[in-house]
Design a protein around this ligand. Structure first.
Ligand code: ADP
Length: 360
């Protein structure tokens, strides 16, 4: 091989090494997973774009700073640095990082150290964001707590009333037995409602909330529902308006929406004495509204109350419930090609509306 050929070959090898280097750099810099290196003093010496994006810092704000500054829990980062310094490899180590906007992100850290001649060069740290997962976990735990509480409370009362009834029946005290029987029935109704809601939720999640459509006299249905609900509340339920046309709907499901709106109106307006139900036809749609004069819903929560499990009042002792009724009602109305919405003023009351198309 003459000198010229050797030079040519070296040039080529050099070129391909440079290209390989560039590719590796690009891979690290633009990988979608956040990566960083920390030196033996705990200073961040390099971070890729995904890491900066995840936390919201610029390169200048992040690189050259102690990694501890970005951790929400100092004992955790101290432990991480100690383990890495002891040549341990961290796998899925949970930590909380501080973002520039003040929020906290939960991450799983995977890291170890590059050592050369027993000298700590830098860490190779990968992190995976699990904030959404943590949020879901928290919501699931909250829901399980609330659901157990909601199921346990009526069961405990049922047990007590059945025992009392046993005693008063033995004593031949018919008025008291009748009273306890009514109490028992109302707790059974509450349990039944809760269990039905939970079953509906699993049907909705499985896409199996089926409706059996028939031609329906909505006006008659509203009267029936009002008749049924009026015995369960001290409120006077006033009906206004009416509609002569029929709708194509699932009777039981629309009844369920009506009962839900009416029982909510009664539940969230304990100090008022009336509820107004209005039936009307607007632009080929039957519109039913249920108006109460109760606690109302703050504006910023008016969209959220239709979400699964969302409750505007967290205090479970004042108003019982799981935050499922409106979500289920909304799904039912959507299946009927209709809409469900609210107008409300905090402290003054709410009007819930739903619409379904009328048959032509
Ligand atoms: P639940 O009543 O079991 O909590 P819902 O899904 O029926 O569940 O309602 C969700 C939330 O919407 C309630 O927790 C409550 O905060 C709010 N809400 C519903 N109806 C009314 C109403 N008529 N007045 C005030 N707030 C209401």
């Amino acid at each position: 091989m003459n000198d010229q050929t050797l030079i040519e070959q070296l040039k080529k090898e050099n070129q391909s090494l440079r290209e390989r280097n560039e590719e590796l750099e690009d891979f690290m810099e633009n990988a979608s997973i956040p990566l960083h290196w920390v030196d033996s003093r705990g200073i961040i010496v390099w971070a890729n774009q995904a890491e900066l994006d995840a936390l919201g810092y610029t390169r200048e704000e992040y690189i050259g700073r102690p990694v501890k500054d970005f951790h929400a829990d100092q004992p955790v980062i101290n432990d991480i640095l100690h383990r890495l310094g002891s040549k341990e490899t961290l796998r899925n180590y949970e930590a909380r990082l501080k973002c520039k906007d003040g929020s906290i992100r939960h991450v799983l850290i995977n890291s170890n150290v590059l050592w050369k001649d027993d000298k700590f060069i830098h860490t190779r740290c990968f992190s995976r964001d699990i904030t959404e997962l943590k949020d879901l976990e928290r919501k699931r735990e909250e829901f399980l707590g609330a659901a157990s509480h909601e199921l346990k409370t009526p069961l405990t009362s049922l047990q007590a009333y059945v025992q009392l009834m046993e005693r008063t029946l033995n004593e031949g005290d018919v008025p008291k037995s009748t009273l306890y029987l009514h109490k028992t029935k109302s707790y059974l109704d509450r349990l039944n409602k809760l269990i039905s809601e939970l079953l509906d939720i699993s049907r909705i999640q499985g896409g199996k909330l089926e409706c059996n459509y028939t031609s329906l006299d909505l006006d008659e249905l509203v009267n029936e529902v009002i008749d049924g609900v009026k015995h369960t509340t001290h409120h006077k339920i006033i009906k206004k308006g009416g509609i002569a046309k029929l709708v194509i709907a699932d009777k039981q499901r629309i009844e369920q929406v009506m009962v839900n709106l009416l029982t909510n109106a009664a539940k969230y307006s304990p100090k008022s004495d009336k509820i107004i139900v209005t039936v009307s036809e607007i632009n080929n749609e039957a519109v039913i509204s249920v108006q109460d004069f109760g606690i109302g819903v703050p504006e910023e929560k008016q969209q959220k109350i239709f979400e699964r499990f969302y409750r505007a009042q967290q205090d479970q002792t004042q108003f019982q419930g799981l935050g499922l009724g409106l979500f289920i009602s909304c799904e039912i109305v959507k299946q009927h090609k209709g809409r469900l919405w609210v107008e409300s003023e905090e402290g003054k009351g709410s009007t819930f509306y739903f619409s379904i198309p009328v048959s032509q």
